[in-house]
Unconditional design. Structure first.
Length: 383
């Protein structure tokens, strides 16, 4: 019977928490595959998906590849774990004009033949049945793997497909992703979701300075992230008035710094209201003036309690773009619509702001009122 064999990686490290992680992983897998017919079986250290329709196989594999916490999968033949059944199946494998080796792994040591011996035995069978096949134990083009498990079954496969790795979604808690229309923030969201954080997202727009298309773009990005993260609750906030007030009252070079401090205050309030434990941004150290150590210091300083996770902090743009492409966001991210951060952009933003500077500029504003005003514009979309 053809099955999909699923392996989970890091869960092994989790000791007492292991059960919690496994339960979450199984639930996430079942949620992802809902609507498709299949049977799900847990055997120690592996999951097996079987009894699906052949024409659903590609869709099943595509979906499983987006589940955090799964390490890899193989499309395998499930057999009774007897030497005869395995020999018979292997005798039908045609390697063609390739180099190969056979690797037997026995999780269940009750199997009567040692792994080494049985590998040689099966290798001999394939060798005899396939003209031109050449054994290469070190760099084979094809590795025929025979995995003998505790459930009295053996799994035979030749390919291993890598999955996302990471930790099951939700097992690290819930957090708020500041989602712009740019390249970095969707990548940051993906990276933290991969570490088990369930995401809600927050987007600021400055309509009519920013367009309807800019907002659409963010909806598209949230949807693309949703392929990995499931449904995302997106909080949309109008930042127009805040930006106009800063523009009117503060020194131009502080525009972005003060704006970011107000964004963070709004974000923390949304976290409090929605029980979210952290804020996530796509900042990368030194990328622009608002992402220097000093700028990060003064934006963090407005937060009472929530930490800010910045997984892109130590990454180069090329590294961020590689992930952006992998999660299929790049083409959308580079669409040329204005982001609210580019409205009223000063020529010379401060690179090393101090808290003293910021407090002075903010004394020209009613910050609390602006935060409240922004919060009152909140629109919520479930994507
Ligand atoms: P990105 O590619 O994510 O837009 P960026 O390089 O353009 O990043 P900035 O515009 O300085 O950098 O933004 C830094 C971070 O602040 C973003 O990664 C995002 O997390 C957050 N941010 C910026 N603009 C917005 C916005 N309009 N709505 C929500 N969050 C935003
Ligand atoms: Mg941006």
């Amino acid at each position: 019977m053809k099955v999909i064999l699923l392996r989970f990686g890091e869960l092994f490290l989790k000791g007492a928490n292991r059960k919690v992680f496994e339960r979450a992983l199984v639930k996430n897998i079942k949620d992802k595959l809902s609507g498709l017919g299949y049977s799900f079986q847990e055997t120690f250290g592996r999951y097996v998906i079987s009894k699906f329709r052949e024409e659903d196989l590609d869709e099943l594999v595509d979906k499983l590849k987006t589940v955090f916490g799964l390490h890899s999968l193989s499309i395998a033949e499930e057999l009774e774990a007897t030497p005869e059944a395995i020999r018979e199946f292997v005798s039908k494998i045609n390697i063609g004009k390739k180099t190969f080796k056979v690797s037997v792994k026995r999780a269940d040591k009750h199997f009567p033949i040692s792994s080494m011996e049985f590998s040689k035995d099966l290798g001999g069978i394939i060798f005899h049945n396939t003209q031109d096949a050449v054994v290469d134990l070190y760099h084979p083009q094809i590795e025929v793997c025979v995995d003998i498990r505790f459930n009295n079954k053996a799994y035979v496969y030749t390919d291993t497909i890598m999955c996302q790795g990471g930790l099951p979604l939700g097992t690290s808690g819930d957090a708020l992703l500041l989602l712009s229309g740019g390249i970095d923030s969707p990548v940051a969201g993906y990276m933290m979701a991969k570490r088990g954080l369930n995401l809600e997202a927050l987007h600021f727009h400055s309509y009519p300075y920013t367009s309807e298309q800019a907002k659409e773009k963010v909806l598209t990005l949230a949807k693309k992230l949703g392929k990995y993260c499931g449904k995302i609750k997106l909080h949309i906030i109008s930042f127009t008035k805040v930006q106009e007030e800063i523009h009117k009252n503060c020194a131009p070079e502080f525009m972005i710094t003060i704006m970011r401090r107000i964004m963070m205050r709004v974000a923390e309030r949304i976290c409090e209201k929605n029980k979210l434990g952290a804020i996530i941004t796509g900042e990368s150290l030194g990328q622009v003036a608002s992402q220097t150590m000093q700028s990060i210091t003064v934006t963090n300083a407005v937060l009472k309690e929530k930490p800010v996770f910045r997984p892109c902090l130590g990454m180069d743009k090329e590294e961020i773009i590689a992930i952006s492409n992998k999660i299929d966001c790049f083409e959308t991210s580079i669409l040329p619509y204005e982001d609210c951060c580019t409205v009223f952009l000063p020529k010379n933003p401060v690179i090393k702001p101090t808290i003293g500077h910021c407090l002075k500029e903010e004394s020209f504003l009613n910050v609390e009122e602006l935060v409240e005003y922004a919060l009152s514009s909140e629109e919520i979309v479930e994507i």
